[in-house]
Design a binder for this molecule. Structure first.
Ligand code: AHM
Ligand code: MG
Length: 308
């Protein structure tokens, strides 16, 4: 079943359906650009740094611009917070108040080397009729009404989570539409993998080092270095992804609003959990748009035994 039909058939709110359709349309344009990356001169950096002082890649900016345009066209998005923008983008033509936090291109270090990358979106609904300001986006993850991600990999997949559960759609590049390929996804009870950047091992707490030694005795290590792709594999196969705090990065690396929250919403709907080591990610009250958070996400029973 095509995404459009699925959203109608499953009686998604029409505003939310329009936001998800905008994500699908944007991602199809980005997938085309990725498949011709070097042929269109889209490899490499812009030579600028983002608000977090990270190197900005040409595809980061292109993906940002494409999704912003699609959201504006949908007229259902009032405001977007984004990894690439210091301040949120406000759309005055909006007819409803969906708020989005997005990482338009996750896994930037893998863009130029042909490895899976993705896009991540958290979706909130602003019910109260008041004007929006910079702080309107700072809502806890538990208030998301839906979240989604796209993986550009061996095929292009879009996963959405909402009150109707978690579904995966595969892009049919011939017809140019997403087709439902997995319905009602639940993380498998049996965990297979753990995913962590072992290069940071020396900087982890001794508790965490011991927990990792326990994990390595039981599970296989898989680490792509694109959160969205590591997460997707673990969601389907069973696994735990860790980007914990360490002595050099006391708040970890990943961003609460547009990486940890959307994926924690999805894993919750699939029966797992996302934590910062001590607290459920979805219960954290955000203070800034670009704040970082340690993230441990996946099979709950395994995470229960990880000490930070
Ligand atoms: P990005 O959003 O700029 O691409 O950065 C986030 C990425 C995640 O996708 C991934 O999990 C992490 O950074 C990898 O970091 P490291 O290279 O330190 O392992
Ligand atoms: Mg990212």
């Amino acid at each position: 079943m095509e995404l459009k039909k699925y959203l109608q058939y499953s009686k998604f709110d029409s505003g939310l359906a329009s936001v998800l359709t905008a994500i699908a349309q944007g991602s199809i344009l980005i997938q085309k650009k990725i498949s011709r990356l070097s042929l269109e001169g889209l490899e490499g950096s812009t030579g600028t740094k983002n608000i977090q002082n990270e190197d900005v890649k040409k595809l980061d900016i292109l993906a940002n611009d494409i999704f912003l345009e699609k959201f504006q066209e949908s007229k259902n998005v009032a405001m977007v917070g984004c990894e690439e923008l210091e301040k949120p983008q406000i759309f005055n033509n909006s007819i409803s108040k969906f708020l989005i936090n997005m990482d338009p291109l996750d896994g930037s270090s893998n863009i130029d080397v042909g490895v899976n990358i993705g896009s991540i979106f958290g979706i909130w609904n602003e019910n109260i009729d008041h004007s929006l300001n910079e702080n309107s986006l700072l809502k806890p993850g538990k208030e998301q009404i839906a979240s989604a991600y796209v993986v550009y990999g061996s095929c292009t997949l879009m996963v959405i989570a909402s009150e109707k559960g978690v579904q995966c759609f595969t892009l049919d590049t011939q017809s140019g539409s997403y087709i439902l390929s997995k319905d009602n996804i639940n993380v498998p009870e049996k965990c297979k993998y753990y995913s962590v950047n072992y290069g940071n091992f020396e900087n982890f707490s001794s508790n965490l080092q011991n927990s990792l030694i326990n994990l390595q005795n039981i599970y296989s290590l898989r680490y792509i270095g694109s959160l969205v792709a590591d997460f997707h594999r673990n969601l389907l196969e069973g696994g735990v992804f860790l980007y914990p705090k360490d002595t050099k990065n006391p708040n970890g690396k990943l961003r609460l609003m547009y990486e940890a929250n959307p994926l924690s919403f999805i894993i919750k709907k699939a029966g797992g959990i996302g934590t910062n080591g001590t607290k459920n990610i979805l219960n954290i009250n955000p203070t800034t748009l670009h704040e970082r958070v340690p993230l441990i996400i996946g099979n709950s029973d395994v995470i229960e035994n990880i000490l930070v």
